[in-house]
Design a protein around this ligand. Structure first.
Ligand SMILES: Cc1ncc(COP(=O)(O)O)c(C=O)c1O
Length: 347
């Protein structure tokens, strides 16, 4: 079943009978400033895509990884991981324990993938799981989307030790981690040279921070053996040449990355101030890629925002609204539309 995320503006525009061009669309956590898409040389389109050693070297440097491999978006591996893990468990002659620990709130594609593979779901909230069943799977989203929950390296190390003891697979989804300093990521912990972190899989996305979700590219950072399994599984051409070409430039462009983080932080902060002004009693979780406003009235506020052509993401729990970060023009429009709504007492 297709899950609802942000985006898909056409659907919501149709529902509210407002032309797509009239909407202020802040429904995703994708940066409003995209890495500039440079002229792409003709051979990149003409030839079959090649995953070059230079791209891998650039990605290793950016992620501080010993081993990594590109994916057609981190979503590609989220969907394939249950089968890969089951194959690995049976190849190692281990008992198959179809148990997975997932954050109660978070990107629901993880849950769907494991559920469809017949895994029993165990949910945790705020605290990472501590009593892990042998050969099971633990999924962590860090930072979490949409509640912005974060786990420290120390907390993740404790979890990783438990997973290792129980021969469990640890999956850490860091799709939004680029907005934090490099030492926020668990990737560097994989480089202990002892193979202690064999069954840890870290997912990274190019879509969010670089504002290029349509390019469909992300990375997995893991052990050499997992990278090899994944490489074999996804085959030689699932990531298109243009995506590989642009990503190599983007990961290399540290100056652009520094500018990006500063302007995202500034825009997020300004947006937070506006939201605080209109929702003074609501808890707002904020990072450089989204602001999430908690309210018991979230569903009805969402409806009224939509009537005003402001499209944000109503959480699956119907308890909050996630505002993606607006650029300056969008922010001015957001402020104007919110002021109109409040003047008319529609909220
Ligand atoms: C937490 C999280 N992980 C992974 C993804 C998938 O991203 P992509 O496939 O574009 O890398 C998303 C998309 O919204 C997400 O929110």
């Amino acid at each position: 079943m297709a899950l609802l995320h942000g985006g898909q503006l056409a659907v919501i525009a149709q529902q509210y009978q407002i032309p797509e061009s009239d909407w202020l669309d802040l429904s995703t956590g994708i940066a409003p400033f995209s890495y500039p898409v440079i002229d792409i040389p003709l051979p990149v389109w003409q030839q079959l895509p090649t995953i070059s050693t230079t791209l891998i070297e650039v990605a290793k440097q950016y992620y501080q990884a010993e081993h990594c491999w590109p994916l057609a978006g981190s979503q590609q591996l989220i969907e394939q991981l249950p089968q890969l893990w089951l194959n690995k468990i049976s190849a190692d002659n281990k008992i198959i324990a179809k148990h997975v620990y997932l954050p109660k709130v978070g990107y629901k594609e993880h849950q769907q993938a494991w559920q469809q593979a017949g895994f029993e779901l165990h949910f945790y909230q705020q605290q990472l799981p501590s009593d892990i069943i042998e050969n099971s799977v633990v999924v962590v989203i860090n930072p979490n989307n949409p509640n912005n929950d974060r786990f420290s390296i120390q907390q993740l190390c404790v979890l990783q030790q438990q997973c290792k003891k129980q021969q469990a697979l640890l999956v850490i989804d860091e799709a939004f981690a680029d907005i934090f300093p490099t030492d926020f990521s668990f990737v560097q912990q994989l480089n202990d040279g002892q193979g202690n972190n064999e069954d840890v899989i870290i997912l990274r996305s190019i879509g969010k921070f670089f504002g290029l979700a349509g390019l469909r590219i992300g990375f997995v950072c893991s052990s050499q053996s997992w990278c090899e399994i994944i490489k074999q599984r996804i085959g030689p051409w699932s990531i298109n040449g243009a995506a590989l070409y642009i990503t190599e430039q983007a990961l290399n462009d540290t100056q652009w990355q520094q500018t990006q983080i500063i302007r995202l932080q500034q825009q997020s902060h300004s947006q937070y101030q506006i939201l605080k002004q209109y929702f003074p009693h609501c808890r707002i979780e904020t990072n450089a890629l989204f602001n999430t406003v908690y309210s018991t009235d979230a569903a009805s506020i969402h409806r009224r925002l939509c009537q005003q052509a402001i499209y944000v993401r109503l959480t699956d729990e119907n308890d909050a609204l996630r505002f993606g970060i607006a650029d300056q023009l969008q922010l001015e429009r957001l402020q104007y539309l919110l002021s109109e709504l409040f003047q008319e007492n529609k909220i």
